[in-house]
Structure formats: C-alpha cells, structure tokens
Design a protein around this ligand. Structure first.
Ligand SMILES: *Cc1c(COP(=O)(O)O)cnc(C)c1O
Length: 221
C-alpha cells in the first residue's frame, strides 16, 4: 500500500507542478514520524530516499537502525536547545525548523565547537498561531540576514512554514504567498528551498511556489 500511496502522491505533485510551476523541481520529504522502520523500507524500495522526522530521539533511532541504506534524513520538528548535541551526531541533511534567533545562536555555538556546518531553513509562523513556532512574517527577512551574518556555521538555504490550520483554502493560500514573497527577496542571498505543503495542502503550496513538500499521512496511512 505504501508503494501505491507514494506513487499517487508523486503523480499528484507532478500534475500540480506542471500546471502551475513547471520550471521548478519539487523535492518530496516523506514524513515518517508515525511509521515503523518496515514502512520506511517499503517507501525506500518504492524509490523514496528523503525522510523527515520531528523528534530528535526518533530520528536518531531510525537513522541508526537503517544506516545500511542510503537514506537522507531531514529534521522538521521543533528543536529544543538541549537536543542540539544529539541532532549534531545525526548530521541531518537539512534542518527545516530553525525557529528563533536564540536557537540559531545556540546552534551556531555547538556547530563551531564541533567544527561542523548545518544546512537549515528559517521557519516562519505564517498564521501567527500561538501554537506554532517560527519567526513573524514581518521580521523574517531581517532575521534571515542577521543569522547569515552572525552564524557562519549555519548555511541558510531557504524558508519553511506550515499552512494555516483552517478549512478555507483562500486563507491557506494567502499565508503561503506571503512566505513566497519573502523567499523571492532572499533568493539573491542564497535561498533555494521553499518548504511548504503537507498532506492536506500541498497542492495549494505548490501553486504558491513551494519546491519542497513534507508529506506523511498520505504516504504512510
Ligand atoms: C507531521 C508533519 C508533516 C506531515 O504532515 P501530514 O499531514 O502527515 O502530511 C509535515 N511537516 C511537519 C512539520 C510535520 O510535523
């Protein structure tokens, strides 16, 4: 079933991409947070290599247990400062969720001490929901530049957001477009990845210019 689900999702991404944004290549991050290793292997055997987890502990366990396979791991969850060292051990390919300046400084310090670099996206709280983490839309551009200047071991490569948790697709779209605008302004500073879109809203996100979707339940249900 996972194989079928994955292919359906890939087809649907492709259809939307061709319709709205055919020059863009879209990366699929298969979010495996509710999945077993066996599920992940099934997805791998069906062609998927990039997986996302939202808890450092789970990421650590799954990436260790599956270390013999050439998988790429992304961290998409809220990173607590006391988990930074554990995350550095895993060396994820991309951190999607750099959500505050304080976290950036803490991460920079550890990276520097360990002589490491990490690729990251700035997380934006587009819906201003207090339950969501991330930079305010109004501050995101300046903070991006500030982190680039003060945190040389963090390689910022774009933006991430979660769509508003509402039924009205117009509101979701407005949020995505606001982030897209910031992304466009940051392209001259090296922003290449715009991570927006989950199972329920990835078609809207792609329409708004997303080139990286994070999809869990539609693949692993
Ligand atoms: C769980 C999660 C996803 C995937 O959500 P689905 O609705 O299962 O596709 C994407 N991004 C983040 C940050 C998540 O926590």
């Amino acid at each position: 079933m996972i194989c079928e689900n994955l292919h359906k999702v890939l087809e649907s991404i492709e259809t939307t991409r061709i319709r709205y944004n055919s020059r863009e290549k879209i990366t699929l991050v298969a979010v495996s947070k509710y999945s077993t290793q066996d599920d992940i292997l099934q997805a791998y055997q069906a062609g998927q290599t990039i997986f996302g987890e939202n808890k450092v502990q789970d990421l650590s366990k799954k990436s260790n247990d599956l270390a013999q396979y050439p998988l790429h791991w992304h961290f998409i969850g809220t990173l607590q400062e006391n988990k930074i060292n554990a995350l550095l051990k895993i060396k994820p390919q991309l951190l999607h969720s750099l959500h505050s300046y304080r976290l950036a400084l803490a991460l920079q310090k550890r990276l520097q001490n360990n002589k490491m670099q990490m690729h990251a996206l700035l997380q934006i709280n587009v819906s201003n929901e207090s339950t969501k983490y991330g930079f305010d839309v109004d501050k995101a551009y300046d903070m991006y530049r500030k982190i680039q200047e003060s945190c040389p071991n963090i390689i910022l490569q774009g933006l991430m957001c979660m769509g508003a948790n509402v039924v009205d697709s117009g509101i979701i779209e407005q949020g995505f477009l606001r982030v897209r605008k910031i992304f466009d302004k940051l392209q001259k500073y090296g922003a290449t990845t715009l991570s927006m879109g989950m199972s329920n809203d990835y078609d809207i996100a792609i329409k708004c210019g997303s080139n990286c979707v994070r999809i869990g339940s539609s693949i692993f249900k």
